[in-house]
Design a binder for this molecule. Sequence first.
Ligand SMILES: CC(C)(COP(=O)(O)OP(=O)(O)OC[C@H]1O[C@@H](n2cnc3c(N)ncnc32)[C@H](O)[C@@H]1OP(=O)(O)O)[C@@H](O)C(=O)NCCC(=O)NCCS
Length: 164
Amino acid sequence: MRHGSLRQGQQAVTATVRPWRPGDFAGVVRLLEEAGLPTAGVEPSLPNYLVAEEDGNVVGAIGLEVYGDSALLRSAVVEGRRRGSGVGGTLVASLLELADARGVREIYLLTTTAEHFFPRFGFARVDRDDVAPAVQASEEFRGACPDSAIAMRRATGAGERPTH
Ligand SMILES: CC(C)(COP(=O)(O)OP(=O)(O)OC[C@H]1O[C@@H](n2cnc3c(N)ncnc32)[C@H](O)[C@@H]1OP(=O)(O)O)[C@@H](O)C(=O)NCCC(=O)NCCS
């Protein structure tokens, strides 16, 4: 569990990252829908999803779909009014730790909106054709995300810490 000390305006706030529970499902689906992110494959029970909680409220989420030693990072979302206060970065850092613990060697993601958010964590753009076949076969790659989405990849050891 990771605690982030965050700033939002002049008010100090704190978020705790913890594993996903079935009770998080409805609230996270709402956050994903509000952000225009795909919800296909998001289910009440998910082994490698995390949520960020503040004052008992879920304010963000992120998930990892593991395909052997490759994985897909998806469902990265922070509630609109909480964005820009470090919650997203804390979620990504926690997910990278989880991926290491699962023996994942490379992580992919698709994004239409956050291409400039992920490089600080070691992600770089790749051609969709160069994405590991098992990840290309995932539901998100096969259709949940529009074809215009950009693919990014992070190899183990790249950008262990935020680069800014
Ligand atoms: C992407 C997202 C999860 C980031 O969460 P967040 O809590 O705002 O992230 P942080 O506060 O840790 O952001 C840290 C930095 O990233 C920047 N950033 C955040 N979202 C960004 C984006 N979409 N594009 C570029 N930069 C972004 C912030 O400005 C901040 O920069 P700074 O540290 O230089 O000031 C959040 O903006 C979000 O939910 N976006 C809509 C859904 C989405 O696009 N998800 C990605 C799907 S792959």
